[in-house]
Design a protein around this ligand. Sequence first.
Ligand code: GDP
Ligand code: MG
Length: 220
Amino acid sequence: MVKVRMAAPVLQQNDEVAGENRELFNKKNVFVLNLMSSPGSGKTSILEKTIGKLSKLLKLGVIEGDIYTTRDAERIEKFGVPVVQINTDGACHLDARMVKPTLEDFDLDELDLLIVENVGNLVCPAEFDLGEDARAAVLSITEGNDKPVKYPLVFRQSKVVLLNKIDLLPYTDCEIELLEEDLKKINPELELFQVSARLDEGFAPWIAWLEEQVGLKKGS
Ligand SMILES: Nc1nc2c(ncn2[C@@H]2O[C@H](COP(=O)(O)OP(=O)(O)O)[C@@H](O)[C@H]2O)c(=O)[nH]1
Ligand SMILES: [Mg+2]
């Protein structure tokens, strides 16, 4: 059974709580990734593939952010990794105060990597620090070439963008080189990985990046 936490209104400021979360993650040497995108671009599908490839190498945990359902957490639970669902009850993003109580549900001493799937939304989640070490964004190539320039904040703040649904390239008007150019203009430091969660293709550089980040955190 998936554990569900309802978001409760709390008065403490988000950044203050994000700082407390970050302190705890640092103390426990857990690398925390905040995964963001619009609904349907493939966050959960990418997580499923990522867990399949990493769970033998690293100890993983997942927080699922959703407005109402536990569907994504149920998908993740099948892989046997600890997962907690946060239902935001209408809110379009997770915040640090929602994340904090869920940390009691994990044995952080036993985790190397905690991935937070944020609520599907390209705008609001980018405004809220959860205390994570890094952000990654998923952009599926079916969403239209103009999304990076229309919603730059999420891409500016991310270290990685996973360009998903590459298998659909022949059926769309996506111009992948231009899309990558726009993303690099917004954030020249971005690591761009083209993947297809459907075909399970292109994941090696992403997995290597995650392993590197976890290693750096352990060594720090
Ligand atoms: N063709 C194709 N479909 C995909 C790919 N990744 C995800 N999907 C589909 O896109 C839909 C949304 O995926 P999901 O992982 O739930 O997206 P999320 O809302 O961002 O978590 C589902 O129907 C997936 O099967 C992909 O690489 N290629
Ligand atoms: Mg999802």
